[in-house]
Design a protein around this ligand. Structure first.
Ligand code: F6R
Length: 232
């Protein structure tokens, strides 16, 4: 399939467009949203917080969570979602993997079963510098389901900016798998900044390869990519 690429060099316009896409989804009856965390999502959630959109009848399912951080840790994705979105925009139900479960492998299975019981009307995605989606690092099978995964050095150093030092960045996470993500009816990927250029070029022009997980989106029938990167 062709990817619907929209280049918005003005970041405010890019995020306004993302809000418009989500508003259209709501208008068309979407109730189940796959959500993401990370720096890319912060301006989007700020705009959603300040919008009049109502999610109180909706369910959210987050992509991932670090293993070993308590829910209340300032960098847990549970806390990120409360602070950036849910405190201001309540959902009927919210789901984030439990990274402090006693048996994290059992938690991954529980989460995948939850996902299979739902249909994601929309999945929001960022992309890693190395092309990861969720925390599915290069080399992950396209058939993967929700699992406990090891974070690469590249991802841990990219995320070290949120922690006091890289040693504090967890080594593992629970993440939706690539096949779990691909079941969403619609995918909105946002990629902002030069560090994401190689991943977006691979998505648009490269081979579909497990070495660059984001390229799998080429096989999805309904994807919009919003980026501020002018592509050649
Ligand atoms: C976050 C997630 C990750 C991020 C990616 C980009 O829930 O699953 O795939 O979307 O690491 O992170 P930022 O936006 O911080 O560059």
């Amino acid at each position: 399939m062709t990817i619907n690429l929209e280049v918005w060099e003005d970041k405010a316009a890019l995020y306004n467009r993302a809000v418009e896409i989500i508003a259209n989804q709501l208008k068309n009856g979407a109730t189940t949203f796959g959500l993401a965390t990370g720096g890319t999502m912060e301006p989007l959630y700020e705009k959603l917080r300040n919008s009049s959109l109502d999610f109180s009848h909706c369910t959210s399912v987050n992509l991932d969570e670090y293993v070993g951080l308590s829910k209340t840790h300032p960098e847990s994705y549970y806390t990120f979602m409360q602070q950036h979105l849910f405190d201001a925009k309540p959902f009927k139900a919210t789901n984030v993997p439990n990274g402090e479960a006693e048996d994290v492998h059992a938690e991954a299975i529980r989460y995948e079963n939850l996902l299979k019981s739902l249909t994601l009307d929309m999945q929001l995605l960022g992309v890693g510098v190395n092309g990861h989606i969720g925390f599915n690092e290069p080399g992950t099978s396209f058939e993967s389901e929700t699992a406990v995964v090891k974070l690469t050095d590249s991802t841990r150093s990219a995320n070290a900016r949120f922690f006091d030092s890289i040693d504090e960045v967890p080594e593992e996470a629970i993440t939706m798998g690539i096949s779990s993500i691909m079941r969403a009816k619609f995918i909105l990927l946002i990629a902002v900044g030069e560090t994401k250029r190689a991943a977006i070029e691979a998505l648009l022009n490269g081979d579909v390869t497990e070495e660059i997980p984001v390229t799998k989106l080429r096989d999805h029938p309904n994807v919009i990519v919003l980026t501020d990167l002018k592509m050649n």
